[in-house]
Design a binder for this molecule. Structure first.
Ligand SMILES: Nc1ncnc2c1ncn2[C@@H]1O[C@H](COP(=O)(O)OP(=O)(O)OP(=O)(O)O)[C@@H](O)[C@H]1O
Ligand SMILES: [Mg+2]
Length: 212
């Protein structure tokens, strides 16, 4: 489903990623790991065409991302849910409205929004907080809103960038279990983290981008 072939990436003269090669199969759950600054976020950004590889090829389903045209990018992003490292929740919108935004950008409104947002908020056990604003939520709750927003469109692939960033071990396990439950229902998952405990708990194939 996803193929990195001899991918190199530099922002200036220095290469962050050198000859990165890996494949992800449909339905798989994989970890991408490496120390801070290794290029994990950059690797995920290339998958949603926020960055392009400097050399090499990245295939996502039938699309060669190194050649993607700007007009095709929204279509690509509709297939992918992205959980950002820093949440990126909108402070002046409620939990419900933040998650609904994931559907509104795809042109979905009305009853379908209410049904889908309700369903996903229940799945992450946050329906009770639907009318709260992000600043009134704990870190783990904000992270679950961010996961709900990424998953509400029922994407084929979920990219989760350090989704347990500053959370304690028990809360991290809850987040991991939620992501795994969606993987069990068919969503392909790529989870980027430097957290060795999380990787140990997750028991999944792990790609160290500094060694690939
Ligand atoms: N837009 C940019 N312009 C220039 N350099 C950048 C840019 N984005 C990232 N970098 C650099 O690329 C390197 C890799 O960054 P990246 O965010 O991918 O690392 P990471 O593995 O996700 O790290 P962390 O674990 O801290 O999140 C870093 O040295 C960073 O400073
Ligand atoms: Mg990062």
């Amino acid at each position: 489903m996803i193929e990195f072939n001899h991918v190199y990436k530099s922002y200036d003269k220095n290469y962050i990623l050198r000859d990165l090669n890996f494949n992800v199969n449909k339905g798989e759950f994989i970890f991408i790991t490496g120390p801070s600054g290794a290029g994990k976020t950059t690797t995920l950004k290339m998958l949603i065409a926020l960055e392009k590889p400097t050399h090499g090829a990245i295939k996502f389903m039938d699309t060669e991302l190194q050649n993607i045209k700007p007009k095709d990018i929204p279509f690509l992003r509709r297939k992918i849910g992205f959980v950002f490292q820093d949440f990126k929740l909108l402070p002046n919108r409620t939990v419900f409205q933040n998650v609904a935004l994931g559907l509104e950008v795809s042109g979905i409104f009305g009853d379908v929004i209410v049904k889908n947002v309700t369903e996903i908020l229940k799945a992450v056990e946050l329906f009770i907080k639907k009318d709260e604003y992000p600043q009134n939520l704990s870190g783990g709750e904000q992270q679950r809103v961010s996961i709900a927003r990424a998953l509400v469109q029922n994407p084929q692939v979920l990219l989760a960038d350090e989704p347990t960033g500053n959370l304690d071990e028990d809360t991290s396990k809850i987040i991991l279990d939620i992501i795994k439950s969606f993987n069990n229902k068919g969503t392909t998952v790529i989870l980027a983290t430097h957290n060795k405990n999380l990787i140990r708990m997750g028991r999944a194939r792990t790609i160290d981008i500094t060694k690939s």
